[in-house]
Unconditional design. Structure first.
Lengths: 295, 362
């Protein structure tokens, strides 16, 4: 559990690493670097370049995207879904992270297990679980019909709400772990000091714990938001064609319509917007560190 | 400055601890402790780690609930009151400054919690900054300050709302020696100026001796002795206090001889006359004598003598280690002039005033 929390923390919060010599450093990272260049960077550049180079230098593929409102609807839906999933994961995840950081012994282990175990289960499985709940003959429909609330099964699956629920559940650990890490990093005497200086329990949370956990909240929010933009399996299976998101659209362009340049143009747009968000967030976080929240 | 300084004066509150007991499962951290602190008094809780001193402080603060007994602050029973309603000032070892707030925001925090805002809060924060000699540091980040400055901010934050009681948990533990001594005097000066009652936890005896009006020496969850520094140092009430405060030689032996009691050193033929009034009952005992109370004398004319084993030069004084009998080595700290001519392997007599030696049952 802590391995993942640690790597997340190390990614977002500066941790001074042990110093190795330059030669050793390069030797150690060379194999991965070669693999990344050959199997990741090169294909991506090659693929994305299709959007402006196929068949000859052109902006036609981008122009086509700007012309089709259908694409814009999907792009908008993707970002709306990302935003809603992020907010939901934050609202549900923060209390869990707080609990995890503040209980000890068996309870802490139990909560950690509940948070971490789903990460070991395939996303496909976690997605299909929602059919058991939301399907035509799923638990909720059966219960609602059994209780006489409805007499026809409701359409719960293949809705955007179902996509939000499933994605929130799947991404929840990604929100919880960075928040947990930042809560654990708060020295316990700060809470005591605040209380000793006259703050109520609620005051301690509002004025000390919450502001100091914001870096974790930001890290979790960025991770969940960006991961949700690229979600493919869950929106495709649970959302169906009517709640299509951009990853599904790109796949369809490439595999169904064999329009690789168009898929590349869509990918470029998704990547540019994602990068922009990351940069803006990083900038905001750094500013925050310099000026302090001072709330 | 003058107008402000009078404003900062608060009246200290007396603290009354009665029958305090704190158990963690089977472990007894504090054992039936009674402690009275007068209004405006500076009391140090001094003891080794695990002696229960911090537990007592945390119970006064309200972070720990006593298993039995009661805590009174300013005549009010606060035993079950939460910390934020006890109106105490608190300073921690690691300062516990809020890293997301500026210096001024840190100091203003207790005022904000008391709904004091605007011009009054600003004036008070300024006054508190001036009090700890950090004028103009209000807008700094706490991470930009040195350890000593951070501790002064913590002090200002604890004093800004004139708490009648200030609790300090090893506040100078993280500072280096010079800074620590400087801060000891500064804290003492501030305390006298604001008039607050202080309960101060430390394991550093010189800190307690320097600062406190009274010291409660703790060990094993009990108060071993409670009194002014001089009394603690000169008349320790048991062997633990004698050994814990200052340097002390312990010599094992037996008390004998009724009206004219003598102390027979174990493993030796030597006997030392004892003060008749202060002598304990006969039997196995332990004699305690401070190194600086011993003079070197003529081995033939002294009751106690031995072989000089080691001489450690210390500037104005020399520490002479003298082996008496087969077990005990007694250290005498004598003026350097008295040690001229003394050589390793010489016989030396050890002389002290009978009433300065303490004898405790063993």
């Amino acid at each position: 559990m802590s391995a993942r929390a640690d790597s997340v923390r190390r990614y977002f919060f500066a941790v001074t690493a042990q110093q190795y010599s330059r030669a050793l450093t390069w030797t150690l990272i060379a194999p991965l670097l070669v693999l990344l260049l050959a199997a990741f960077v090169w294909p991506i550049v090659k693929f994305l370049s299709l959007s402006v180079l196929d068949p000859s230098p052109t902006l036609a593929h981008f122009a086509e995207i700007f012309d089709r409102t259908f694409y814009w609807t999907i792009l908008l839906r993707t970002f709306r879904t990302g935003l809603i999933v992020t907010v939901m994961a934050l609202l549900l995840g923060y209390p869990v992270a707080y609990l995890m950081a503040n209980v000890r012994g068996l309870w802490a282990a139990a909560i950690a297990a509940i948070v971490i175990l789903p990460l070991w289960i395939s996303i496909l499985v976690r997605t299909f679980v929602w059919f058991i709940f939301l399907g035509r003959t799923g638990l909720i429909n059966k219960a609602a019909m059994g209780l006489g609330i409805v007499d026809q099964p409701m359409r719960l699956i293949n809705t955007e709400v179902a996509v939000w629920l499933a994605m929130t559940q799947i991404l929840l650990p990604v929100m919880i772990l960075p928040i947990y890490a930042s809560l654990r990093a708060i020295p316990p005497e700060l809470g005591k000091a605040a209380e000793g200086l006259g703050a109520s329990k609620a005051g301690v949370f509002r004025h000390v714990i919450l502001p100091l956990s914001l870096p974790g909240v930001a890290a979790g929010a960025v991770l969940v938001f960006i991961m949700s933009l690229g979600f493919f399996i869950t929106p495709m299976l649970i959302g169906g064609p009517r709640s299509m998101m951009i990853a599904t659209l790109i796949t369809e362009q490439a595999t169904k319509f064999l329009d690789w340049p168009e898929a590349a143009a869509l990918s470029t747009i998704l990547m540019v917007i994602t990068l922009a968000i990351v940069i803006v967030f990083n900038r905001a976080l750094r500013l925050d560190r310099v000026m302090g929240s001072g709330a | 400055m003058n107008a402000i300084s009078t404003d900062m004066v608060a009246t200290g509150a007396p603290v009354a601890i009665r029958g305090l007991e704190k158990r963690y499962g089977a472990v007894v951290a504090v054992h039936q402790v009674d402690l009275e602190v007068k209004a405006g008094e500076f009391v140090a809780l001094l003891g080794p780690s695990g002696s229960g001193k911090t537990t007592i402080l945390m119970t006064i603060a309200g972070f720990e609930t006593p298993t039995a007994g009661s805590i009174g602050i300013g005549g009010r029973d606060v035993t079950v009151l939460p910390p934020n309603r006890r109106n105490i000032g608190m300073v921690f070892q690691r300062y516990a400054l809020f890293p997301h707030m500026t210096v001024a925001e840190n100091i203003g925090f207790p005022l904000r919690m008391r709904k004091i805002g605007g011009a009054e809060a600003r004036t008070r924060v300024e006054a508190a900054l001036a009090m700890v000699r950090l004028e103009g540091y209000g807008d700094r980040r706490t991470s930009q300050l040195s350890g000593g400055q951070q501790q002064r901010v913590a002090l200002a934050r604890a004093l800004v709302y004139n708490p009648p009681l200030l609790l300090m948990d090893e506040p100078l533990g993280a500072l280096d020696k010079n800074l620590r001594e400087e801060m000891q005097l500064e804290i003492k000066r501030l305390q006298q100026r604001v008039g607050a009652t202080v309960v101060y936890v430390t394991h550093d005896q010189s800190e307690a001796l320097t600062m406190a009006d009274r010291i409660a020496v703790m060990d094993g969850g009990r108060i071993q002795q409670y009194g002014p520094p001089r009394e603690i140092y000169d008349s320790p009430s048991n062997a633990f206090v004698a050994g814990f405060i200052g340097e002390t030689n312990f010599i094992d032996g037996h008390v004998a001889g009724g009206a004219k009691p003598v102390f027979a050193v174990d493993g030796s033929e030597q006997k030392v006359a004892l003060e008749a009034s202060g002598a304990p009952r006969e039997g196995p005992s332990r004699l305690a004598i401070r190194p600086e109370l011993i003079r070197l004398g003529d081995p033939a004319g002294s009751e106690l003598s031995g072989t000089v084993e080691e001489m450690i030069y210390g500037g104005g004084t020399v520490a002479c280690h003298v082996r008496v009998g087969n077990g005990a080595v007694v250290m005498a700290r004598v003026p350097a002039a008295d040690a001229i001519g003394v050589r390793l392997g010489d016989r030396a007599g050890l002389v002290w005033q009978a009433d300065r030696a303490k004898v405790f049952p063993r």
